[in-house]
Structure formats: C-alpha cells, structure tokens
Design a protein around this ligand. Structure first.
Ligand SMILES: Cc1cc2nc3c(=O)[nH]c(=O)nc-3n(C[C@H](O)[C@H](O)[C@H](O)COP(=O)(O)OP(=O)(O)OC[C@H]3O[C@@H](n4cnc5c(N)ncnc54)[C@H](O)[C@@H]3O)c2cc1C
Length: 362
C-alpha cells in the first residue's frame, strides 16, 4: 500500500506561504489557507497605483500557480498541536503546520477577491489622475516608492510627504535616507519630517492638520504607514501562544531550521519570524526554501539532519524611485541611480516572482 502523504497546512498566502505551498504540493497533501483568493506581490503595489496594468501581473490567483494543493479562503483563528480552526468553522488536522501570516494592513481591510483588488487599484489611479496635489502620509519605503512613482509618471503634480521620523526610509542607514531626500526634493517633493498626521476615518481632503498644528492642503491623500504583524491568532493558539515574542513575532529555533522554538512540526517563514534581520520579501523566499527542504527531509525520516537558515547580518535593501532609478544599500555601500534601479525598478521583481511559481514572467 502506498504510504500516506503528510498533511501540511500553510497559513498565509503571501510571499513565503505561496512559495512553500508550491514547493511542497508534489510531495505532500498541502492546504494553503488565506483570506484572499490571490497572492498580492507587495513590491508592485505603488507601481500598480500609477499603472493599473501592473496589478494584472502582480495579483496572481492562488489557483493559477497551485495545481495540486488545496486552497481554503478563510482566516485561521487558532491552532492546537494537531489542527487549525478557521473563521469559516473548518478544523484542519496537520502533520506539519507552517505559519506565514506576515503583516496586515488594519484599515481598510484587504480585498478578498482579485477582481475587487483590481478595482481598488483602478479607483486609486482615478483618485491620483484627478488630483493636482497629493499628500503621502508615511516616509518609509512604501511612502517613498509612491512619491517616486508619482514624480516620474506625473511630474506636474505637487507631492508632499510627511513622516514622524527624523529621516526617510529609516529601515536603511542615514546615507540612503539623505540621498533619497535630496533626490525627492530635487524633483519638487516637499518633505516634512518629525511631524505627523493622525490617520483616522475622518481624514479627508483638502485640509489636513499635522500634530504640530501645521495646515497642509492636498486634493488627494495616500496612507503609507506601517503594517502590523498578524499576531492576534498566534496569541489565541494553544500551541503557539507561548512562542510569541514581545513584538508579536514567533520565536524561532536558534539553529536556523525555521522551526518554531521547541516545536518539531511547526515551521514559520517570512515577516512573522523573529530572525534578527530586516523583514524583506527576498529573505522570506530564502526561509521558504529552507522550510520546503526540511519538511521533505522530516517526511522521509524523523531523524533527518535539517538545513539551516542564516539570518542576513548586514542590512540590505533597495527602494525604487520610479521606473529607472533606485536607492540601494548594499554590503559595498549605498548608491542612488540607474545601477541600483537595474536591480529592481523596471519590473519590481514581478516577473521573477511569477517565474518562481511556474508562471510566465509577463
Ligand atoms: C509596498 C511594499 C514594498 C516592498 N518592497 C520590497 C522589496 O523591494 N524587496 C523586498 O525584499 N521586500 C519588500 N517588501 C517587504 C516584503 O513584501 C515582505 O517582507 C514580504 O511580503 C513578507 O512575506 P510574508 O509571506 O511573511 O508575508 P506577507 O507577504 O505579508 O503575506 C502574509 C499573508 O498572510 C495572510 N494572513 C494574515 N493573517 C492570516 C490568518 N490569520 N489566516 C490566514 N492568512 C492570514 C495575509 O492575507 C497574507 O496573504 C515590501 C513590502 C511592501 C508593503
């Protein structure tokens, strides 16, 4: 009699979860659980606002790349050491659980279908087209990339970016921040630092008041403030709650096997892990590869020697500034220009991500 395939439940269909479900679907009985019916490549979101056609390529139905894995559109609410429970009431037993719930935007809630998400981008594009002046709230990579896209495609629009921090893109070093601020300012962007705007439901154009009581005028605003780690369900989970760190991530085995500390059959990958490194999609992809390898190994032999992930010691990152340029912090230094742009800005890793899932780049 053929041996039963191991049951693998992957929670979260983002960068890490999609790669893991794809990597294991030929080897195990995989179920991917995600509230959305699509993978939304985050790197392309800002381009998709100025060019909605980009959304068509970067929003990928899970059913387009998963041929064998089951897809369950729901949110996981809790897990025990043998099953997970979803908001829609299903209880799914597992041999291996993989947590890839990354980060979520709390408001507005994420659209659950690809059609709704595409319509959302069309709406954002219309809002941008109609505005002469734009306020971007948040000076992290999302706010800066959006400003870069707008000044590249719509140079006549007046753009203001406001951030409570004392420099832009704080996740990189001060050199990257300085070069970026200089570039944006040269393109006519007004950069306001060390002040902020309260993001709430009553926020609306044309007048915005900052914490320091400065009045700003803009025809349209975009919120680019941070996402939150998707922690709530971990704290409600019998098997995981003891392993949640103070900042809401999962405590990982120090050996780098991508297992959650002390739990042999529970893995995690991506932004939810407490690996000491910048939270980045290209690292989530590396975690995913280790998870795939180790689940295959443990399925073959419970005593197998497992692969180990080594967290990135030197912070690296690339922030695109429109279609050609970017600022990149690399081990050899920080550069802003076409060379950095070659690495990311033309296609924003969309073709590469699609190909890694067995789809055509275009
Ligand atoms: C605008 C932007 C630009 C970026 N640019 C880059 C870049 O250029 N390079 C780079 O390396 N990184 C970049 N990043 C970071 C990168 O996108 C993240 O590090 C990466 O997406 C993390 O992958 P993940 O799988 O951990 O989480 P995510 O991709 O955030 O996916 C999490 C998934 O889990 C789902 N989920 C959450 N809670 C539950 C639940 N309870 N049950 C079921 N499903 C759940 C969510 O719906 C989502 O599908 C960027 C991020 C953003 C937002």
């Amino acid at each position: 009699m053929a041996e039963m395939k191991k049951k693998v439940v992957v929670v979260g269909g983002g960068i890490a979860g999609s790669a893991i479900a794809k990597g294991l679907e030929d080897h195990a009985d995989v179920t991917l659980i995600d509230p959305k019916n699509y993978l939304d490549i985050p790197y392309a979101r800002m381009r998709a606002i100025v060019e909605p056609a980009m959304a068509e390529r970067s929003i990928i139905l899970h059913s387009d790349y998963l041929k064998k894995a089951k897809i369950l559109e729901s949110t996981v609410e809790s897990a025990t050491d043998s099953e997970v429970t979803t908001a829609s009431g299903e209880r799914l037993p597992y041999d291996f659980l993989v947590v890839c719930t990354g980060t979520v935007f709390s408001s507005p809630p994420e659209k659950t279908t690809k059609a709704e998400r595409l319509e959302e981008f069309n709406g954002l594009n219309r809002k941008l087209q109609e505005a002469e002046s734009v306020l971007i709230i948040g000076g992290g990579p999302v706010g800066v990339e959006l400003a870069g896209e707008i000044v590249t495609d719509f140079p006549a629009k007046k753009v203001t970016i406001i951030s409570g921090a004392d420099r832009l893109i704080e996740f990189l070093g001060p050199k990257a921040s300085k070069k970026t601020e200089k570039w944006l300012t040269k393109k006519g962007v007004t950069v306001i630092l060390k002040d902020k705007i309260d993001v709430n439901d009553s926020l609306a154009p044309p007048t915005f008041e900052t914490k320091k009581h400065v009045e700003l005028k803009a025809d349209a605003h975009f919120v680019a403030t941070g996402k939150k780690v998707a922690t709530k369900w971990l704290e409600a989970s019998e098997v995981l709650k003891e392993h949640v760190t103070v900042d809401g991530r999962l405590k990982m085995e120090s050996t780098g096997t991508c297992q959650v500390e002390g739990l042999k059959n529970v893995f995690a990958a991506g932004d939810i892990t407490d690996f000491k490194e910048i939270k980045q999609g290209f690292l989530a992809g590396k975690h995913a590869a280790v998870v795939v390898e180790n689940i295959k190994k443990l399925s073959a032999s419970p005593d197998a020697k497992l692969a180990a992930y080594k967290p990135l010691a030197t912070p690296m990152g690339i922030v695109s500034l429109g279609r050609v340029l970017a600022v990149a912090q690399m081990p050899f230094g920080t550069i802003l220009g076409r060379l950095a742009g070659l690495l990311k800005s033309k296609d924003l890793f969309v073709g590469k991500t699609r190909e890694s899932l067995g789809l055509k780049a275009k």
